[in-house]
Design a protein around this ligand. Structure first.
Ligand code: ADP
Length: 311
């Protein structure tokens, strides 16, 4: 089983109260790739970077996590995108981006794009998010969609996570059209009720549930007393609650790790409902720590055994 995650990882700068900056790296599908690798899944990250020192440090960090680099394109003279996280006096965080010229946006337009597309079409499972879609522009998205069609024609499967960030899109109509295309091509859909509401308004749930029966759907709602994942597959429709989390420290990468936990469990042969329970457990551990990437020894014990006995 060979898995690819498509997207963008950026340089992350966190501003401290005195104005100094701490550097990290961040990106939604990269987080999912990282947790998949930790769970024993063979996964490649599919993106473009520059030939600068930060791009080199990123790929070195990914390699240390066991993420495959064969599909990382390094574009001469280019750079990764960058964002600053600023925290106000009330502890509220805001994100500020410099990403319009990021190398990742040219993944389907740079000279090696044909090779990337041919390689992508050969994976067993490709995972991407709404943020991935926002990177490529109309022509890039058309190339991506053709590639996913070729993959599916060969029997490969597509997993799509709705992650909608309005500022990544020229307007809501463009985003809606791109999401509808991706949802129609997805065999497995991770959707958060919040994303669907922002993007489609009252028609949000229907935009996803119209694919029930054809696609496996995990609809996440966090409005109630505890988050619930509604899992629909075949004729079945079951709500799987998250269960209590001792302390929520930082919800960064909650959804990204949820997707990784779910996919790893499904790959290991668990049923969808059991996979959702595992996904909640991993996400629950991730939100108990600061930042997107938790220490290795904080990974839930059973999740580490996914690739073994399927326990
Ligand atoms: P995102 O906003 O990153 O997409 P979600 O809100 O969909 O994340 O949450 C993903 C998962 O993270 C949930 O299904 C749940 O497992 C876990 N989670 C998030 N917030 C909480 C919380 N307050 N209590 C328990 N689990 C949570």
């Amino acid at each position: 089983m060979k898995v690819a995650c498509i997207g963008e990882c950026m340089v992350e700068l966190s501003e401290r109260p005195d104005g100094s900056l701490a550097r990290g790296f961040g990106g939604d599908t990269l987080n999912t790739a990282l947790y998949l690798a930790r769970l024993g899944v063979a996964v490649d990250y599919v993106t473009a970077l520059g030939d600068d020192v930060w791009s080199a440090e990123m790929t070195a960090a990914w390699a240390r996590e066991g993420i495959g680099l064969d599909r990382v394109r390094r574009l001469p003279g280019r750079m990764p995108g960058l964002y600053i996280i600023r925290t106000d006096e009330a502890g509220e965080r805001s994100f500020h981006y410099w990403r319009d010229r990021a190398a990742a946006r040219d993944l389907f337009a740079e000279p090696g794009a044909a090779g990337t597309r041919a390689a992508l079409a050969a994976y067993d499972l490709v995972y991407l998010s709404g943020i991935s879609l926002s990177l490529y522009g109309e022509a890039g998205r058309a190339a991506l969609s053709e590639t996913l069609a070729a993959l599916r024609a060969r029997g490969g499967r597509v997993a799509f996570d709705t992650n909608y960030r309005p500022r990544g899109w020229p307007d809501r109509d463009v985003a809606q059209a791109a999401f509808r295309t991706a949802l129609a091509q997805a065999d497995l859909i991770f959707a958060s009720a919040e994303d669907l509401d922002w993007l489609f308004g009252a028609a949000g749930e229907d935009a996803v549930l119209r694919h029930r029966g054809r696609a496996e759907i995990v609809l996440k709602a966090s409005g109630g007393p505890e988050p619930v994942a509604r899992v629909l597959h075949g004729g079945s429709d079951v709500a799987v609650p998250a269960g209590p989390v001792a302390r929520v420290i930082d919800t960064t990468a909650a959804g990204d790790s949820f997707a990784a936990g779910y996919l790893a469990a499904r790959i290991a042969g668990l049923a969808p409902e059991a996979a959702a329970a595992r996904a909640h457990r991993l996400a629950g551990a991730v939100i108990g720590h600061r930042g997107a990437v938790i220490p290795r020894d904080a990974m839930p014990a059973l999740d580490r055994a996914f690739s073994g006995a399927g326990a």
